[in-house]
Design a protein around this ligand. Sequence first.
Ligand SMILES: [Zn+2]
Length: 342
Amino acid sequence: MLWNFKRGLPHAHILLTLVKLLTPADVDNFISAELPNKDTDPQAFQIVSKTMIHGPCGEANPYSPCFVGGECSKKYPKNFNTETLIDINGFANYRRRNDGRNATVRRQEIDNRWVVPYNRALLLKYNSHINVELCARTKDEVRQYLDCRYISAPEACWRVFEFDLQAQRPSVESLQFHLPNEQTVIFSDRDDLPTVLSMPGISTTMFTAWMMANNEFQDARLLKYVEFPTAWVWKAEEKIWDRRKRGRRIGRLYYAYPSSGERYYLRMLLNIVRGPLSFEDIQTVNGFLCPDFRSACNSLGLLEDDNEWHEALQEASIWASPHQLRHLFVSILTSCQVTNPL
Ligand SMILES: [Zn+2]
């Protein structure tokens, strides 16, 4: 058995020698390339039309992966054939009668010319795409699949038991933040800007809604912004933070580069402040409203002794790659004011 992967899905090419199919009648007994009768064999009809129809590719779907240079590389749609023919090389030209049977697949009407050859019994047993063909020559195709991906026994079991192929734990809420009145507003180029800007709630963001929640709920003020998703859930459609009833989520602030100025200092403050009710609150240190976020950081002693750069590198060391870390270090040295580069 040779395993191969098709579009990320487990996919096997199997060559079996069961019986020798010598005559067209033998082939017809095992392999069909026609739609089953919808009325007398509805289950097979349903599986074939769901799993065994090629494309449809063609003018209606020119971006189909099989479509190369204006034609189907798998040569679909095939021609109608009144009966199965086996040519001198042993290749089978399957029976595809023009019998009026059709199905609608991906919004396109198809007939027997689009059916990928299958074995009815296998389809009914496994209810999945299983292409069965008469094997004329084995050499070339087997060699083609020798360069295959190797699946170890544990991974094969993992897939057979249909365990999850990926997961992320804990789940992470990416927290956006912005300077006052610098929130992102999304609109289409046909929209009228004054109308967009006068829409209710347009100035509300995940970030401002956090401060609104702090205004409203005493206990919300105990948390820093990054801690907020552990106890509150962001409801994007309503643009509100709601109390978390179940599950676990952690928050991570979007990154701000050291050279991004005030945005960078705002982010630094957000790692410290709890429950601010407004931008001014974030900018206030010991009851004194600082002129900007940088001064607030300064008043908090965050900028002494290159502290901010130590912090920046320390924090980036959690998630950045070595290359990114070196890049960050160089940009701190070249575009920021470092007291002691050594
Ligand atoms: Zn095609």
